[in-house]
Design a protein around this ligand. Structure first.
Ligand code: GLA
Length: 402
């Protein structure tokens, strides 16, 4: 071979290598084009735990439409743990034939026929948290199965993973999903143990930042096996401080699914829970019985002005900008230059909470229009600061528009 031909070959080889790496890089989740705003949907776990069936999932899809939640932006119907019972002789995952007699593909078709998207759950370990078969060693096979069923969203848990490396393990499933050829939102659920906000941007579209939420305002409670802990709403809130830098379009911090409507909190507390999640640009995954919602709960879950904050195109997670004992102010810049603001009262009696423009990054002399996003009322113009009386365990949520 002449010297010129050898050089030509080397140039060609190098360009292939560059193309290959560029190709691999384009399979990163942040570039899968999904979840440009935080995903909105419903998941079976918080209310129904292992009591899932095709009837339940179909009725949740029906109620999502008839309640107006679909119209408000909710899209994904996700079956959590316990739909799976085993594997066939070729290792294919099997759904519980008693609870899902028509099979998962038919269920996904049903959900799609309602104009909604369909999600499913698995686990990176040998078994799920409820002891069902996990995906370990079956990642590509399971991803292909999900794609063939029409799955649009995968929540991937972290039980029974032994000493596995979280980043490598989640990357394997990410690559399996990309290889399946179907766009699938990838929801990492490793509870923040391995600081996924530092590495998961290119692996998944959302990652849990904490242990599980419970249907209560505050208080960490140990699990029956003695490990720590399920969290109340404000316990989770406190664990979000400092994480705001890591979230953005396509890759969101997930402070866990909503408990709104599950009965353990007051309407005021549920309104606060929902408002705070929207300020945090959190995925809005309802976890209540959609078929049997009170008007107050439906009004919370479908408040379009508050949802618009969550779904704001700038995708900037809000943060705590003031703390004075039980009185806190949380704020978030929005795409139009305005600010969403939450005046939060964690105390046991009513309190006056105020926010100063400097805490919002505005000059004190600025005059701005103020709107109350729960009262759906314009409150007129304010300069320098605004204050409001806030009920115990409640919020006033405002939009400040210069
Ligand atoms: C873990 C997750 C929960 C739920 C259960 C299911 O605890 O964090 O959200 O998926 O497993 O077993």
């Amino acid at each position: 071979m002449t010297c010129a031909r050898m050089i030509l070959r080397m140039i060609l080889l190098c360009s292939f290598a560059v193309l290959l790496f560029a190709g691999l890089d384009s399979t990163k989740a942040a570039e899968n084009g999904l979840a440009l705003t935080p995903p909105m949907g419903w998941n079976s776990w918080n209310k129904f735990a292992c009591n899932v069936s095709e009837e339940l999932i179909k009725s949740a899809a029906d109620a999502m439409v008839s309640s107006g939640m679909k119209e408000a932006g909710y899209q994904y119907i996700v079956i959590d743990d316990c739909w799976q019972v085993g594997r066939d002789k070729d290792g294919n995952i099997l759904a519980d034939p008693q609870r899902f007699p028509s099979g998962i593909k038919a269920l996904a078709d049903y959900v799609h026929s309602k104009g909604l998207k369909f999600g499913i759950y698995s686990d990176a370990g040998t078994k799920t948290c409820a002891g069902r078969p996990g995906s370990r060693g079956h990642e590509y096979q399971d991803a292909r199965t999900y794609a063939s069923w029409g799955v649009d969203y995968l929540k991937y848990d972290w039980c029974n993973t032994g000493t596995a490396n979280a980043e490598a393990t989640y990357t394997t499933m990410h690559e399996a999903l990309m290889a399946s050829g179907r766009p699938i939102v990838f929801s990492l659920c490793e509870w923040g143990t391995n600081k996924p906000w530092l590495w998961a941007k290119e692996v998944g579209n959302l990652w849990r930042t904490t242990g599980d939420i419970s249907d209560r305002w505050s208080g960490k409670i140990k699990w029956p096996n003695g490990t720590c802990c399920s969290n109340g709403v404000v316990d989770i809130l406190d664990q979000q401080v400092g994480l705001e830098a890591f979230s953005g379009p396509g890759h969101w911090n997930d402070p866990d699914m909503l408990e709104v409507g599950n009965g353990g909190m007051t309407t005021t507390e549920y309104r606060a829970h929902f408002s705070l999640w929207c300020l945090l640009a959190a995925p809005l995954i309802a976890g209540n019985d959609l078929k049997n919602m009170t008007p107050e709960i439906k009004e919370i879950l479908t408040n379009k002005e508050v949802i618009a904050v969550d779904q704001d195109a700038l995708g900037k997670q809000g943060q705590r900008v003031q703390k004075d004992g039980d009185k806190e102010v949380w704020a978030r810049p929005l795409a139009d230059g305005s600010r969403a603001v939450i005046l939060l009262n964690r105390g046991s009696g009513e309190a006056e909470v105020s926010v100063a423009w400097e805490d919002l990054g505005y000059p004190a002399h600025l005059s701005a229009a103020v709107r109350d996003l729960w009262a759906h009322r314009d409150l007129g113009k304010a300069t320098g600061k605004v204050s409001a009386k806030v009920p115990s365990h409640g919020v006033v949520m405002l939009k400040i528009m210069p």
